[in-house]
Design a protein around this ligand. Structure first.
Ligand SMILES: [Zn+2]
Length: 404
């Protein structure tokens, strides 16, 4: 199959006017100008006309479990207060509610042109009840042992057993955060991830209250966790980042979510720290009113930065376009091309999939989207970032997805 469009954004060099890709099975087998691709390849052409064809977008951090909580939790004065609110909602949720949330999340993400999702799944035991997802999905088994012990081997077995043979994507591990996960569980998760070559993610330095808890041994998050019986001997000495770095677990396989609250000392530590990946969630960040994200400083230190939506308990939608626009507001010096990189090539690298995802390139998997485009090709990245409609055309693993 040959797919032609007025403009082709490959994320490899300049956009191509009157471009095309050829797809065989689930792979891209040719990329270039339409006359060249047409001459070199047999098969039918789907002419998308006045559109731009680009790689499918990648959401590097979300929790589809909570899609149904959209609009239910108002911004709280305290981060610990928000945790209390979401825990209260979760107490009423049944397995069927979670399954509905996950299905709605996939449908919505597809409407916004997301073809790959990194989903932190708190209930991996639900996987056998989930139909084959329409999108390429990494299921990160989320683990918390602040209230009850967790065996990483059991979570890994559940993920492996539940991941359907006909599903696209993979599995990973997600020890939730320093304040909910013991040192022992972090260490075991790192070992299992290394053993099985899995991506691994965690929340770190998200809020001022997390900083106050670990550095000062005080604040609402400290008090809440102390009240539920968490041992607090790791608090009152050092910053969250310093504490996790001390454990020497982080490496290039880790995707660290947030890193909003960092001290000058933390930035010095990051200079020689392993270059893990960082995922920023611009609209969830605004919802919580976190400390401004030091994007340029982190980029200058050599960190790969990608974007996520986080869950709809702190966001309005699963649109990665809206995340790019939110980030453009707070970081006006970022080019539209750099924004698109964060939801394509950078996110593919974070998942360890830089050789097969994030670009329209020969040998890559055939994940692409098309958006209406009638403007000047020199402004194509601007128009991509500004796109605020339903994405009319998606290709996931070489198959067209009906976006209903
Ligand atoms: Zn999260």
């Amino acid at each position: 199959m040959i797919i032609r469009a007025r403009a082709l954004v490959t994320m490899d060099g300049a956009p191509i006017e009157n471009g095309a890709i050829a797809v065989a099975g689930n792979k891209i087998v040719d990329v270039g100008s339409w006359p060249d691709v047409h001459r070199r390849n047999l098969g039918q052409t789907e002419d998308l006309g006045e559109c731009v064809l680009l790689p499918g977008l990648i959401n590097a951090h979300c929790h589809l479990d909570y899609t149904e909580l959209r609009g239910q939790i108002a911004p709280q004065a305290s981060f610990a207060g928000w945790i209390g609110e979401i825990n209260a909602r979760k107490a009423d949720f049944t397995a069927d509610d979670y399954l509905r949330s996950i299905a709605c999340g996939f449908a919505e993400a597809a409407q916004f042109g997301t073809t790959t999702i990194a989903n932190l799944e708190a209930f991996p035991e639900l996987l056998p009840r989930i139909p084959p997802p329409p999108l390429r999905t990494w299921w990160f088994g989320e683990m918390i042992d602040v209230r009850a012990a967790v065996e990483v081997a059991d979570v890994y077995a559940e993920l492996r057993g539940g991941f359907g043979a006909d599903w696209c994507g993979g599995i990973g591990l997600a020890p939730h955060a320093l304040y909910t996960v013991s040192g022992k569980l972090y260490a075991e998760a790192a070992i299992v991830a290394a053993q099985h070559q899995l991506p691994i993610t965690t929340h770190l330095a998200e809020s001022r209250e997390e900083m106050a808890m670990f550095r000062d041994g005080s604040g609402p998050l400290f008090e809440f966790l102390q009240s539920i019986g968490r041992p607090m001997s790791d608090c009152g000495a050092t910053t969250p980042l310093a504490l996790l770095l001390q454990r020497r677990l982080l490496d290039e396989r880790w995707i660290v979510a947030h890193l909003n609250d960092l001290t000058a000392g933390d930035f010095r530590l990051l200079e020689s720290a392993p270059k893990f990946h960082i995922v920023h969630c611009p609209r969830s960040h605004a919802f919580f009113g976190h400390t401004p994200f030091a994007l340029e400083k982190l980029r200058a230190l050599g960190f790969n930065i990608c974007l996520g939506t986080d869950s709809l308990s702190s966001n309005e939608s699963l649109s990665m376009f809206a995340e790019m626009r939110q980030l453009a507001q707070t970081q006006p010096s970022l080019s539209p091309c750099a924004l698109v990189e964060m939801v394509t090539t950078n996110a593919a690298s974070a998942l360890g999939q830089q050789d097969v995802l994030g670009r329209l390139r020969v040998g890559h998997l055939a994940d692409a989207i098309a958006l209406p485009f009638t403007g000047d090709v020199s402004r194509v990245y601007e128009e991509i970032v500004e796109f605020a409609e339903r994405v009319p055309w998606l290709l996931v693993n070489g198959r067209k997805l009906e976006n209903t």
